[in-house]
Design a protein around this ligand. Structure first.
Ligand SMILES: Nc1nc2c(ncn2[C@@H]2O[C@H](COP(=O)(O)OP(=O)(O)O)[C@@H](O)[C@H]2O)c(=O)[nH]1
Ligand SMILES: [Mg+2]
Length: 314
């Protein structure tokens, strides 16, 4: 399933259970009073961030999420049980939007937000007994649960992003920096799919790097390319092909223009000339030159990247 960072879901709280109409019936008590119990309240729908979930793709086919109903009241003044909450797992980094307003950001695993209340339980006839009405036959049914349409937007907590024009060596660099296994994993078939990999500093802190193949050759953002995932990136690793005869400054400017709408203030950029092994001359605009064939420049890049990540630490 392709990487999905946006979804619409419908959440509905459970119905409240019905109030019960019942009269006490026992052999030695001919005229027992009303003893119908109340209904339980319906369950809520609660979104909870779970780090086992990596994106929003499951919601393409699971749109409706309805919590269990409350139990019905019963005779002998027994109340119905409350409906259990329906916990819906979403990836950490999910923003929850209702009626155009952000109602929650579920950043850390375990963060949660109720999105649809359960309906109130009904009222049994026992509750209507009064001095003037000893045998009420009145009950109140359970109320329907709250219903809401929600937009979910995933903004991954990526630390750095590999960006650049197509064929600028992003994928090869992600593999070289973070290890191929991480890259091959979830979305191998489309060139528009982001790939991920971790990089570790000497203290063992992990930083997440994303490879975002989102620009067309002319520098314009491609549709459905998930460039919104740049929102949390603090460092851009801007790749530029050192073997391309077109002036590097022009290519950099083109890519920067396309990326601009997706960047926030304070993001740092490291310009990396790739395929240095095949290049005739070095790229003057580059901060680092690398070549994934022999590994030249990778340590220098790693050092620079970690320094930039620490300088911009969240
Ligand atoms: N010789 C050489 N080839 C490279 C290097 N980095 C990438 N390539 C090749 O350049 C092409 C484009 O690289 P790729 O990582 O797919 O670019 P992307 O489109 O930006 O992800 C591929 O054929 C890579 O094998 C490098 O350092 N040296
Ligand atoms: Mg690629």
């Amino acid at each position: 399933m392709p990487f999905t960072d946006r979804a619409q879901i419908n959440a509905e709280g459970g119905m409240g259970g019905m109030g019960c109409m019942s009269f006490r019936r026992e052999p030695k008590i001919p005229k027992g009073g009303p003893d119908g119990g109340n209904g339980g309240r319906g369950g809520r729908v609660v979104l909870v961030a779970d780090d086992q979930v990596t994106d929003l793709s499951r919601f393409r086919h699971q749109v409706h999420h309805r919590a269990p109903n409350g139990g019905h009241g019963q005779g002998k003044a027994r109340h119905g049980h409350a409906g259990t909450d329906l916990m819906v797992a979403v990836p950490p980094g999910t923003r929850v939007i209702r009626d155009g307003h952000v109602i929650a950001e579920l950043t850390e695993p375990g963060d949660s937000v109720p999105v649809a209340r359960g309906g109130n339980g009904g009222v049994g006839n026992k509750a209507f007994k009064s001095s003037t009405n000893q045998a009420p036959r009145t009950t109140v049914p359970g109320a329907p649960g709250e219903e809401a349409w929600l937009t979910l937007e995933l903004r991954l907590a990526v630390d750095a992003a590999l960006v650049g024009l197509p064929n600028s060596g992003k994928s090869a660099l992600l593999v070289a920096l973070t290890g191929a296994a991480a890259v091959e994993a979830p979305y191998p078939h489309s060139t528009l799919e982001p790939a991920f990999g971790p990089i570790e500093d000497p203290d063992g802190h992990l930083f997440l790097i994303i490879d975002l193949p989102g620009l067309a050759a002319d520098g314009t953002p491609r549709r459905d390319a998930h460039l919104e995932q740049l929102e949390r990136a603090r460092v851009l690793i801007h790749c530029i092909d050192a073997t391309d005869p077109e002036p590097a400054a022009d290519r950099l400017a083109r890519a920067r223009e396309g990326l601009e709408p997706f960047l926030h203030d304070g993001v740092q950029e490291i310009v990396v000339a790739t395929r240095a092994d095949e290049a005739e001359e070095p790229v003057a605009e580059a901060d680092v030159s690398v070549d994934t064939q022999t590994g030249t420049g990778l340590d220098a890049l790693r050092e620079r990247l970690l320094a930039a990540l620490l300088a911009t630490a969240r």
